[in-house]
Design a protein around this ligand. Structure first.
Ligand code: ZN
Length: 250
């Protein structure tokens, strides 16, 4: 597959990056990413992935646009309240870049359908808004050996990590959060969130996806990035693999 003149033009600013180049662009165009959640994190993530020329995006979201979403879910407008987010997101992403094929599943990912939804993907991005879904996504990605990029946000705090828990020295999501099914759930609706915090974390998730696909810079797996919006601070901590983790121990 060679790049067309239009593609050389469209992607010129990233092809010129030595770390990506034409080869990196080809990798993006051949890649297939599953995006869980087309909300505050999914909106910028989908826009940047589509703009970068990721060849196939599958959007998993069963929710409809609500007035209270518009403060942070930048893919949607007032006239679209009540419509299915996944279908809207597909239309908008396709309008942004015709190189991108978009599919969607208007379902909630859980223990029964997770494996089927993520199998065969190059990457899974999780921008869902609740812990139960996050565990289902993490289990499906680990089972299918698909790298997981997990971004979350609450109030003025953001978290981002990349998981490849099947590797002997890399933690899985459950190494980080444990296995407590009764963990108190904290969602945006209860806690609140500043819109740009979701924008930052969604954009970082897209960057990690492009890193994972093209291999630029340092590998992020096994690190956790924390953003403190109140103090305007980022820090990165190492995530250890739990040798007793029932999900990923050998
Ligand atoms: Zn683990």
């Amino acid at each position: 597959m060679s790049l067309s003149d239009a593609q050389l033009d469209r992607y010129a600013r990233q092809i010129v990056l030595r770390e990506l180049g034409g080869e990196g662009q080809q990798k993006l165009l051949k890649a297939n990413i599953v995006m869980i959640g087309a909300g505050g994190i999914g909106s910028p993530a989908l826009q940047y992935l589509a703009a970068a020329g990721v060849g196939k995006l599958t959007i998993v979201d069963d929710d409809r646009v609500d007035l209270s979403n518009l403060q942070r879910q930048t893919l949607y407008g007032t006239a679209e309240i009540g419509q299915l987010k996944a279908g809207l997101a597909k239309r908008k992403v396709e309008a942004l870049n015709p190189d991108v094929a978009v599919e969607f599943s208007a379902v909630r990912i859980d223990g029964t359908n997770g494996r089927r939804l993520v199998e065969g993907a190059a990457l899974v991005l999780d921008g869902s808004d609740n812990f139960e879904t996050r565990l289902a996504v993490a289990d499906a990605a680990l089972g299918a050996r698909v790298p997981l990029i997990s971004a979350s946000v609450a109030q003025f705090e953001g978290q981002l990590a990349v998981y490849r828990g099947w590797e002997p020295d890399k933690p899985c999501y459950r190494c980080f959060v444990g296995n407590d099914p009764d963990r108190p759930e904290a969602s945006c609706s209860e806690q609140g969130v500043l819109g740009p915090m979701a924008g930052v974390m969604g954009s970082l998730a897209a960057m990690e996806a492009i890193r994972a696909l093209t291999g630029f810079g340092e590998d992020s797996a096994g690190k956790l990035l924390l953003m403190d919006g109140l103090g305007l601070r980022f820090r990165t901590v190492k995530l250890a693999k739990d040798p007793e983790c029932p999900a990923c121990k050998a």
